[in-house]
Design a binder for this molecule. Structure first.
Ligand SMILES: *[C@@H]1O[C@H](CO)[C@@H](O)[C@H](O)[C@H]1NC(C)=O
Ligand SMILES: *[C@@H]1O[C@H](CO)[C@@H](O)[C@H](O)[C@H]1NC(C)=O
Ligand SMILES: *[C@@H]1O[C@H](CO)[C@@H](O)[C@H](O)[C@H]1NC(C)=O
Ligand SMILES: *[C@@H]1O[C@H](CO)[C@@H](O)[C@H](O)[C@H]1NC(C)=O
Length: 344
């Protein structure tokens, strides 16, 4: 109350003498200090005093706190990726979807996929990366569709290499505009037209991407990835994706970030386990084109059991009701993955 009386006093007096000014100044400063102590500012005191709008304006005016000089490799990478991302989409008169099957051997759901593809010839292409045994095919859509493969070890960079190999082979066909990565245990939940239209006419790629502050997320980050990959950019996501051609090309053009993950995101890195197939693509796209990805994947995976591997549906679990539930309750899902994480 005393402070307030002093503040109001000048109005009655008409003009101020020097000591009054000093008292007002001291009062204001002490008021501010008390407030600042009771309500500590969230980030910087400049932002605390200004409105949130003024804050943004101030921050955009000030140079960014993390400004650093980019390395030669980063500048080169940025210009190449920028031009790829600005590329016109759908440059093909006959746009096709490339279905990329990453499998160890046999494809148990081939007959189901044949039903899915039937009648849509010319609008899709199939590529199979079989890392262990050459599968025996039953469907004409799969015969002779194997690409040259290499060994894949679960959790190792060879998993990412296999994905890149599938993308590279599929990119050889200029009609392929969309790229869908699937495992041998994935099945389609919707018909071909639905899948084709959904991904062809959406202008984002469906790459799962989220921030997991726990030990199985950002806890896997290694400071060896600096300066190119800062911890605040480190993301996690499920492996299965659908991707636009420009994003597939961006992966082909990247060696800078790929090498960081190859060398510093691997099992046993500094006593921690990091799996590149869960972190490289989510982090890469979060850095180069955050608004170009949906941040979720069109594949359903059930993690509700909270184990290392997602729930495996057994034959007894699979009913008409389950499939209907998945496709009705989760309106946008296109594929479901029955075993989801491969044991390669
Ligand atoms: C892509 O462009 C071609 C013409 O160049 C057109 O015929 C086709 O319908 C387009 N497809 C999509 C999915 O936009
Ligand atoms: C994506 O499509 C939406 C509408 O469907 C549009 O508003 C948006 O500008 C598009 N974004 C890009 C990057 O083309
Ligand atoms: C995905 O998340 C990033 C930030 O993490 C955001 O900028 C982007 O808009 C999100 N994408 C969509 C389609 O909402
Ligand atoms: C399907 O969804 C309903 C409603 O959420 C649930 O009660 C039922 O158990 C589900 N069935 C299966 C097989 O998942």
């Amino acid at each position: 109350m005393k402070d307030l009386q002093i503040l109001y006093a000048p109005r009655q007096r008409g003009h101020l003498k020097k000591p009054t000014w000093i008292i007002i100044l001291i009062s204001l400063v002490s008021l501010f200090l008390v407030c600042a102590y009771v309500y500590p500012p969230p980030s910087s005191s400049a932002c605390y005093i200004l409105s949130s709008h003024g804050c943004e304006a101030l921050q955009s005016w000030l140079p960014p706190a993390s400004a650093r000089e980019l390395t030669d490799a980063e500048i080169a990478s940025q210009v190449v990726i920028r031009d790829i991302l600005n590329m016109a989409s759908n440059t093909s008169a006959n746009p096709k979807v490339a279905f990329l099957f990453l499998t160890a051997g046999a494809l148990p759901f081939e007959k189901l996929w044949e039903k899915f593809f039937k009648g849509h010839e010319g609008r899709f292409t199939v590529y199979v990366h079989a890392s262990e045994d050459k599968p025996v095919h039953f469907s004409r859509y799969f015969i002779d569709r194997e690409i040259r493969s290499d060994k894949v070890i679960w959790g190792r960079i060879s998993m990412v290499d296999a994905e890149r190999r599938l993308l590279a082979n599929a990119l050889k066909d200029p009609d392929n505009q969309q790229f869908v990565l699937l495992s041998d245990s994935c099945i389609p939940l919707r018909d071909f037209d639905y899948v084709y239209n959904y991904i062809m006419y959406t202008n984002t790629s469906f790459v799962d991407c989220f921030e997991d502050p726990g030990p199985h997320g950002s806890g896997r980050y290694s400071a060896h990835m600096l300066p190119e990959v800062e911890k605040k950019f480190f993301r996690k996501g499920a492996q299965w994706f659908t991707m636009k051609r420009k994003h597939a090309l961006a992966i082909m053009a990247d060696s800078l970030y790929y090498k960081k993950f190859r060398d510093y995101c691997r099992p046993g890195m500094n006593g921690r386990n990091c799996y590149s197939d869960e972190h490289y693509l989510p982090t890469f796209f979060h850095m180069i084109d955050p608004s170009g990805i949906a941040n979720w994947s069109v594949t359903h995976v059930d993690w509700s059991e909270m184990k290392w591997h997602p729930k495996s549906y057994q034959a007894k679990d699979v009913s008409y009701e389950l499939i209907r539930n998945l496709s009705v309750w989760l309106l946008f899902l296109i594929f479901t993955s029955m075993v989801c994480t491969m044991k390669l």
